[in-house]
Design a protein around this ligand. Structure first.
Ligand SMILES: C=C(O[C@@H]1C=C(C(=O)O)C=C[C@H]1O)C(=O)O
Length: 362
């Protein structure tokens, strides 16, 4: 198949309601493809259930009966050619929280109100860090091709993990994320503490980071170190250093470690997710606060996504700089870490800059 035919074939898998993912790992030239050819993708209701499992994982920020972890089995590794019957739509999709009604679309006013409620417990020192996010809904223009958007993202975001996936349970998601949650194989594993954001300066990495950004990233690094230690895992940390992500730049520390056994990756993921890069600190209080006050359901945004295989390689990323694709609308997501010193306008602008990662594909 030429690239036009491949894109058409991928778009038709979405129309047919198939369970598949196509993803490009940073540093790799070609995308990888996984598709389940029969039966429904497996649904899991806790992260620990990922222990010993193999497949392409789509995990939400918060697991609920409406928003389970979905595991796509790898039956096929090549995009199947379009069959004549494929043009017929199989209506398998369901969207428990679909936002087809424009009156529900979030506005800048919603963000400002949330910012005010998020900043309070930070200033009162009840919480150290909180990540406030928002969604942006846009009409889907006729002719928009998810597959073409995926290939465009692969070209534009060479340092990011770029993916497009669809299952009847999750709907269609696309993203280009810079943040590993867990990757590795056999004895060698790694994760990152990624936080703090600045735009590139004339295309170059900035050399200066203010205290707020440094502290935001330090919180994530300390949390990861402590979580690994609590499992008896000794890690080697390198960083923080400036790392590019599209037109943005973050502070990043790498953690490398070994695992005695690989059949407990679910337990490790459960301990790491959600890190203070997408949630806050202390973890449980910040998590509760976000669920109670953020004013919308993040669903698969700020969950994690990617290939899991305890017997082989695992490449799981935090689902950021992403978009939910529906028939008529596209929902883009972005957030940022707040500390007591955060300024509304700066934080708003940061979410605008992050949304640009997906807007640039439209
Ligand atoms: C929450 C997002 O990004 C995360 C938050 C960051 C921050 O607060 O500076 C930076 C990178 C990510 O860990 C997002 O992209 O939506």
């Amino acid at each position: 198949m030429n690239s036009e035919e491949t894109s058409e074939a991928i778009d038709s898998l979405i129309r047919q309601g198939r369970s598949f993912a196509i993803y490009r790992i940073p540093g790799e030239k070609h995308p990888r493809f996984v598709m389940q050819s029969s039966g429904s993708a497996r649904l899991l209701y806790s992260i620990e259930e990922l222990n010993g499992q193999t497949g392409f994982v789509i995990a939400p920020f918060r697991v609920t009966p409406d928003c389970p972890i979905v595991l796509i089995r790898r039956d096929l590794t090549e995009v199947p050619a379009v069959l004549p019957m494929d043009s017929i739509r199989m209506d398998l999709e369901f969207h428990p929280n679909g936002t087809e009604n424009p009156s529900e679309w979030k506005t800048e006013g919603d963000y400002i109100r949330c910012f005010d409620s998020f900043i309070k417990p930070l200033q009162e020192k009840k919480l150290d860090k909180l990540v406030l996010s928002r969604s942006l809904t846009q009409n889907r223009l006729s002719g928009f091709s998810p597959a073409k958007a995926f290939y465009k993202a692969c070209q534009q975001y060479t340092r990011s993990y770029v993916y497009l996936c669809h299952t009847p349970q999750t709907g269609t998601w696309i993203g280009g994320t810079p943040e590993i949650i867990l990757s590795g194989e056999k004895g060698a594993w790694n994760t990152v503490a990624l936080a703090g954001t600045q735009p590139l300066q004339n295309g170059e990495l900035p050399t200066y980071w203010d205290e707020k950004n440094k502290r935001e990233q330090q919180i994530v690094a300390t949390y990861i170190h402590d979580q690994l230690t609590s499992l008896g895992i000794d890690s080697i940390m390198e960083g923080p250093y400036s790392a590019r992500a599209g037109a943005l730049c973050h502070l990043k520390s790498d953690f490398r470690f070994t695992l005695r056994e690989n059949n407990k990756l679910g337990d490790l993921l459960n301990l790491l997710h959600p890190t203070p890069a997408v949630c806050g600190l202390p973890k449980a209080d910040a998590y509760r606060f976000i669920l109670d006050h953020e004013g919308y359901d993040r669903r698969y945004y700020s969950g994690f996504i990617g290939w899991l295989n305890p017997e082989g390689r695992t490449d799981l990323y935090v689902n950021l700089r992403c978009m939910h694709i529906e028939d008529k609308i596209l929902t883009l997501y972005a957030g940022g870490g707040l500390l007591s010193s955060s300024e509304l306008n700066d934080e708003w602008q940061e979410t605008e800059d992050k949304l640009q990662t997906m807007k640039a594909l439209l």
